[in-house]
Each structure stands twice: as C-alpha cells, then as structure tokens.
Design a protein around this ligand. Structure first.
Ligand code: ADP
Length: 374
C-alpha cells in the first residue's frame, strides 16, 4: 500500500492530491473552493471533505493522510502523528499564524472524522528550520518577553527547501552530508535557505512569512522603525499595518501587480517603477546569497525553485549576474532550455553547481508521512 492522501486546507478551500510516495505518480488531485462563503453550496470543511472523498471514489486503499500545517512553532521538528493532543498544540500555535493554523486544523478535523481508520500525519512548513542555531533564530529583544510570546525566527517553505536540497544532492550524485547549498524558493511567497549537510542553518523568513525577500504582496525586510513612522504619520492601526505589509506591499505595492510576469513585461517597456522593483528584488536576493555564502563557509550548489525560480530564465540570470567572483556562473544555453526536469544551468566544471529543481511539496509530505507510519 503506497498511496498517500495529501491535504492542504485553507480557510475556504481544500487542495488535495492522491499520490504514490514511491514513484511520485499522481493518481488524483483537485481543489474545492469557496467553502462557507455566501452563495456557496458547501457549508463547511466537513462537507468539503465529503465532496473530495466522493470525487476520489470508494475502495481506494490509503496508507496515510499527510496534512500540510504552516506553523509548528518550537514544538514540532518533524512529521508528527496527529492525535487530540497534537491538534490542541496546533491550535495553541494559531497565535503565531492566525490565518493559517486554524484553517489547517479545519481540514485535519474533517479528514480525521471522514477517515478514522487511517493514520493522519502533520507536516509543518517550519519543521526543517528547527535546526537553525540560536544565533540565527534569536531576535535581539528582551529575553523574557521573547520567551513568553514565542518570539523568534522559525522560517517557512521548509518542506520545499528540504525536498529541493535533497534532490540537488541526487542530481549531483554527491552525498548530502558534504554539500553546502543555497535554495532560492521564488514563488508568490519567497524565501532563501542555507543548507549545510542537509540541515537548514539559516533562512530568510522569520516569526512569520513576512521577513526576508521581496515577494508578490509582502515587503520582506523593512526597518521596524519605518512601521512606527507610518503608524504615527497615518494613524494606521496594527491590523491596517499587517494588511499593508502582507497584502499590499512587495511587487504589488511597488508596481501595481503582484505577478512577476507583469512586472517584467512593464520593465521591458521601460516602466521606471517596474525596473526599480526588479532591482530591489535582485538586490535583496544577492544580499542573502552573500550572507549565506559567508555562513556556509563556501558554496557547492545554488538551486532555484517555485514559480519564478523554475520558469524564468531571464530573472535567474539577472539575479546571479556579477557573482562570478564567488564561483557562481550561469550557462546561457542551459539556462534558457525550457524543461520540467531537475537540471544543471552552470557551465561544466564551474565551482558552484547552479540548478533548477522543480519543487514538489506534496510528494515530500507523502514521503514524510510514510517515513513516520511505515
Ligand atoms: P505559490 O508561491 O503561490 O505557492 P508558485 O510557486 O507556483 O506559487 O509561484 C507562483 C508565482 O510565480 C506567480 O504568482 C507568478 O508571479 C510567478 N511565475 C510563474 N511563472 C512565471 C514566469 N514564467 N515568470 C515570472 N514569474 C512567474
């Protein structure tokens, strides 16, 4: 029995896949949307899950259900068999991810009720980064306050960073334990991770996914003083500022579009705002590459993944241009080859192997779920 049911539950949606954890073969996938919204015929996640299971049909043998959970705080450093206690802990951590954890829990509860005889496993976006050393995860604020409210850096996209850094070792045919790797996950959300011997040692997202790179709608790094200044000048409250920085900033705030394809098109038409946005985007990426190069003490592999990283050769080249002195080189022909496969885009024999590796978070969740339940 090798079929795993992978569930990614949002506040009004259930995204799912049924896949073989050994071959990666996808047997079914889908998305149920508008759960509980006005005019929708799906009242709640319980009904949504019933619909999903009807679509999948009966008589399938499922070895495990893998649930994507965004925030595992400091409590979870790997895949975890879900029981009532684990549900309660995910609920407690909702203060750290108020939009995501409660939504993930709705899916967990609905799926556990619908499939009571199958093991349910939580796979956390934060888990891979639990290996960060204290120097990398500690914010320089009052220690007691930080401890009381769990204020520290956690990092996200961990499932993707883990999968991609392991695939990099496979592609290179070298042991993971000896590789120093930087993974650039560049999608609508974006983060960069330094992986040493298979362990995450630093990552750009923090307590929440707001820190770090310039994203579709998130600002990434910003002086907290700038936020106080904006608050004082405008009278905006905490929720307004949260919306401003999470939903109205980044590429959207700078150009009017959150989609990198629009920004790039506008820049090609010499739109000054779009060109500046690309420069800021690139500047931030290189800032982190330099920092992680220093932290890793050198670099063997640099990997692009997710929507922008997998699909945009021009932006990959642009991001890395001028880093040749670090051994980071891109071969234009290899880079421009369109492919859905994991591939090398640096020239033969270059000191740093630059790669494009399509991420597959569902497969990683399935594998981790099986690794736990056998
Ligand atoms: P998410 O981050 O939402 O999980 P993806 O990793 O698939 O999703 O990234 C989606 C984003 O990738 C889109 O919002 C789009 O901006 C960007 N994207 C996809 N293809 C391209 C491309 N060819 N060029 C630039 N950006 C792209």
């Amino acid at each position: 029995m090798s079929t795993v049911f992978v569930v990614n539950s949002g506040s009004s949606s259930i995204k799912y896949q049924l896949l073989d954890h050994e071959t990666g073969e996808r047997q079914a996938s889908g998305l149920i949307e508008r759960i509980g919204e006005p005019g929708s015929f799906i009242a709640d996640h319980t009904e949504g899950m019933q619909l999903v299971l009807e679509e999948l049909g009966s008589g399938r043998e499922i070895a495990a259900v893998g649930h994507r959970v965004v925030h595992g705080g400091s409590a979870f450093d790997g895949p975890t068999l879900i029981d009532d206690g684990v549900e309660a802990e995910i609920d407690r951590l909702a203060s750290l991810a108020p939009l995501h954890n409660p939504a993930n829990l709705l899916g967990i509860r609905a799926a556990r009720a619908a499939l009571p005889g199958v093991p349910h496993v939580a796979v956390f976006d934060t888990a891979f980064h639990q290996t960060l050393p204290p120097a990398a995860y500690t914010y320089a604020i009052d220690t007691e306050l930080a401890a009381r409210y769990d204020v520290r850096r956690y990092g996200f996209h961990g499932t993707s960073h883990k999968y991609v850094s392991e695939q990099a070792a496979v592609l290179l045919g070298r042991p993971l334990s000896e590789l120093r790797t930087i993974v650039l996950h560049l999608g609508n959300g974006a983060s960069i991770t330094a992986v040493s011997g298979g362990r995450s040692i630093d990552t750009s997202m923090g307590l929440t996914p707001l820190e770090g790179l310039v994203m579709g709608t998130r600002s990434g790094d910003i002086d907290p003083g700038a936020i106080f200044h904006i608050a004082r000048q405008t009278g905006m409250g905490v929720d307004d500022l949260d919306r401003l920085l999470n939903r109205e900033s980044g590429l959207l705030g700078m150009t009017g579009s959150r989609d990198m394809r629009d920004v790039q098109d506008a820049a090609l038409r010499s739109d000054a705002a779009a060109e500046l946005a690309l420069q800021v985007w690139r500047h931030r990426i290189r800032h982190y590459i330099g920092a992680y190069y220093a932290e890793l003490g050198g670099l063997d592999a640099l990997v692009f993944t997710a929507g922008i990283g997998e699909n945009n050769a021009l932006l990959r080249r642009r991001a890395l241009r001028g880093l040749e002195h670090l051994g980071i080189r891109v071969d234009d022909d290899r880079n421009e080859l369109q492919s859905g496969e994991a591939r090398l885009i640096s020239p033969e024999g270059a000191p740093v192997s630059v790669m494009v590796i399509p991420t597959n978070e569902e497969l990683e969740i399935a594998r981790q779920a099986i690794s736990l339940v056998g």
